[in-house]
Design a protein around this ligand. Structure first.
Ligand code: NDP
Length: 272
């Protein structure tokens, strides 16, 4: 039997570790899978999704900048995607495309594993794209008491904040310093790469956690700066593996055992 067709679409997408992680799952679970990385510019997303419904695709992962737009272009949304307002998994079945969100639960998994409670906490999310929306949904569902969305585009920060009953802030250093005063958890869900997001001289609350969704390099500037400001830090590889495992179970109807997820994380940590 031919391996099922799967892919990640994004723009750019060459940096994605998703092909590597699905290769590791396929190897360890003995299930051959064809998984490609396909660059799809924003103006081609609707057409790409339309064509994909007529081809033998099993599923797509959707990455930046398409997660929010894709949610408007599919035939049906699973409650996970409705809640986040963003899609990172598409399952094609019988010419129809169903959207899911596994980023929210993927974000929570490494925190739960470490026993980091979110109920009653103050959280600050940098970014207002599809990944930020999933993180906001996860934080609200986990009963975070106060949530601030900080984005360089004020209208986007305001729109996302409104949807989740959060406060909006800019990414100006003074505004960031105010937003972060007393924060228990800060999350970088921007694609700002190695740009400086934290104001110089910042001191974070003792015991605060800083999570970067970015996973390349494995220690990002955000993580280095957050550590210097006194936070515990967590990079994006564990979340990547957790959301990929949930994707696998949607496409193949089988869970990925924890030991396979953990071994994939260890191998991916070695990717420069
Ligand atoms: P989007 O393109 O939807 O959103 C990108 C966000 O980053 C926007 O809020 C944008 O701001 C902001 N941004 C981009 N450049 C800068 C900059 N130079 N300075 C400040 N802000 C900037 O992307 P996604 O939400 O899909 O993904 C965001 C990041 O999260 C990516 O790095 C992605 O790889 C990562 N990710 C990791 C996952 C994991 O499993 N580890 C899962 C999902 C995402 P503006 O609103 O002004 O455009």
């Amino acid at each position: 039997m031919k391996p099922p067709w799967t892919a990640v679409i994004g723009f750019p997408v060459a940096h994605s570790l998703s092909p590597a992680i699905f290769r590791l799952f396929a190897r360890d679970l003995g299930r051959p899978v064809r998984y490609r990385a396909i660059p799809v510019p924003p103006e081609s997303l609707a057409e790409a999704l339309r064509r994909a419904r007529t081809r033998p695709w099993l599923g797509w992962n959707v990455t930046m900048p398409h997660k929010t737009a894709a949610a408007r272009l599919l035939d049906r949304l699973h409650p996970s995607a409705q809640a986040a307002g963003a899609v990172n998994v598409v399952h094609f079945q019988g010419g129809r495309a169903m959207g899911y969100n596994t980023d929210a639960d993927g974000f929570l998994a490494p925190l739960v594993r470490r026993g980091i409670g979110l109920a009653g906490r103050t959280a600050v999310v940098f970014g207002a794209g599809g990944a930020a929306a999933a993180v906001c949904e996860a934080l609200k569902r986990s009963a975070a008491a106060r949530l601030v969305v900080a984005d360089r585009t004020p209208s986007k920060a305001a729109a996302l904040a409104r949807r989740f009953g959060a406060e909006a802030a800019s990414l100006e250093p003074a505004a960031v310093a105010v937003a972060l005063a007393g924060a228990d958890i800060l999350v970088n869900a921007t694609s700002a790469g190695e740009a400086a997001l934290l104001p110089p001289g910042l001191r974070l609350k003792a015991g605060a956690w800083a999570c970067d969704l970015a996973y390349r390099p494995s220690r990002t500037r955000f993580m280095t700066d957050a550590r210097a400001a006194g936070a515990e830090v967590l990079g994006g590889i564990e979340m990547l593996a957790a959301q990929a495992a949930l994707t696998w179970s949607i496409w193949f109807g089988e869970a990925v055992p924890d030991r396979v997820v953990e071994s994939a994380v260890e191998e991916l940590r070695r990717v420069p």
